[in-house]
Design a protein around this ligand. Structure first.
Ligand code: GLN
Length: 306
């Protein structure tokens, strides 16, 4: 099977290229607009360690909300599933930074992959770790097997400067008692994790953890239990694309996560993890070319998780 992947990726690239001018680069974080918009990269890595790639797959980009999955995995590895007392597991059906829903639901975010939910996860990490930013980064580097992965301080600062809505969300959570530490510390961790830069290769490598029962292929140390891994995959499946989670399940059929930097990572349990990057987004904040590329992948392979 494996040897088909490279030709499938090459034909996907040709087929998505006509979409390269569709959509718009995220502009509410000004620093993200400095990226050349006509980029496309894709990297697929199998659980048995074979790599297939096309385009700008080795170029690091801002992973943004994809980082929420790493923060969640780290928090679950530290405190287990009791995190889900403070954040739900239901799809939001709303935008990733909705304030209204949080008011209705008395400060318990719908799920850990919307902004408010990720801030609660950051709050727990601050309580658990001595140096939360550095330890989260070390966790990501370990999963991706790449020590060069780092924060982009300019992106973190830009997000802080223009993060009026996120600052509102964090204060709102605090007013409901669902943030225990300083709001500014929680936001600092949140903005930094969103600013992490990784390539499609790094992301596909890191997400193999979720395709391989919670253990990095080649390692004997489990990061997550099998049950925790299944649950995180379920959360990605139902909540990974905000109000487009249904569409991603419908057209792609894999658990995954998107970010406003234009990255998408998805995985087929026991088989592979795959990452795409293209900065132009659709109205829901998901990469236009990435969504199409992944739809084509599962169509051409004739298999999704369904
Ligand atoms: N840092 C972005 C924000 O908080 C992440 C959003 C995203 O990637 N969906 O708004």
């Amino acid at each position: 099977m494996s040897h088909h992947y490279q030709s499938i990726l090459a034909s996907i690239r040709t087929e998505v290229l006509p979409l390269q001018h569709d959509g718009a680069v995220a502009n509410y974080i000004p620093e993200l607009m400095t990226v050349p918009p006509e980029r496309f990269g894709m990297h697929l890595r199998t659980v048995d360690g074979h790599d297939f790639a096309v385009g700008d797959s080795d170029e690091p980009f801002s992973i943004q909300s994809i980082s929420k999955v790493f923060a969640l995995a780290l928090v679950v590895s530290l405190v287990g599933e009791k995190i889900f007392k403070r954040v739900g597991v239901e799809p939001s059906g709303s935008s990733f930074n909705s304030l209204v829903q949080l008011e209705y639901e008395r400060g318990i975010p719908r799920n850990p992959l919307i902004n408010a939910g990720a801030m609660v996860v950051c709050d727990v990490l601050i309580g658990q770790l001595k140096r939360p930013k550095q330890e989260l980064l070390a966790f990501v580097r370990q999963l991706a097997q790449n020590k060069r992965i780092g924060f982009n301080e300019r992106v973190a600062a830009s997000e802080k400067e223009f993060g009026f809505r996120n600052i509102a969300l964090a204060n709102f959570l605090k007013s409901f008692g669902n943030i225990q530490h300083d709001v500014s510390d929680v936001l600092d961790l949140y903005f930094h994790m969103c600013s992490i830069e990784m390539s499609c290769r790094d992301l596909a490598t890191a997400f193999l953890l979720f395709a391989n029962h919670g253990t990095r292929p080649g390692s004997t140390d489990a990061v997550l239990t099998k049950s925790q891994t299944k649950r995180l995959n379920a959360v990605m499946q139902t909540c990974g694309f905000y109000d487009e989670a249904g569409e991603f399940s419908f057209t792609v059929g894999l658990p995954g996560k998107s970010g406003v930097g234009g990255g998408i990572v998805a995985l087929h349990p026991h088989r592979y993890a795959v990452a795409t990057w293209s900065p132009r987004l659709n109205a829901k904040g998901n990469s236009v070319m990435g969504m199409k590329a992944l739809e084509l992948l599962t169509t051409k392979l004739g298999s999704s998780i369904f």
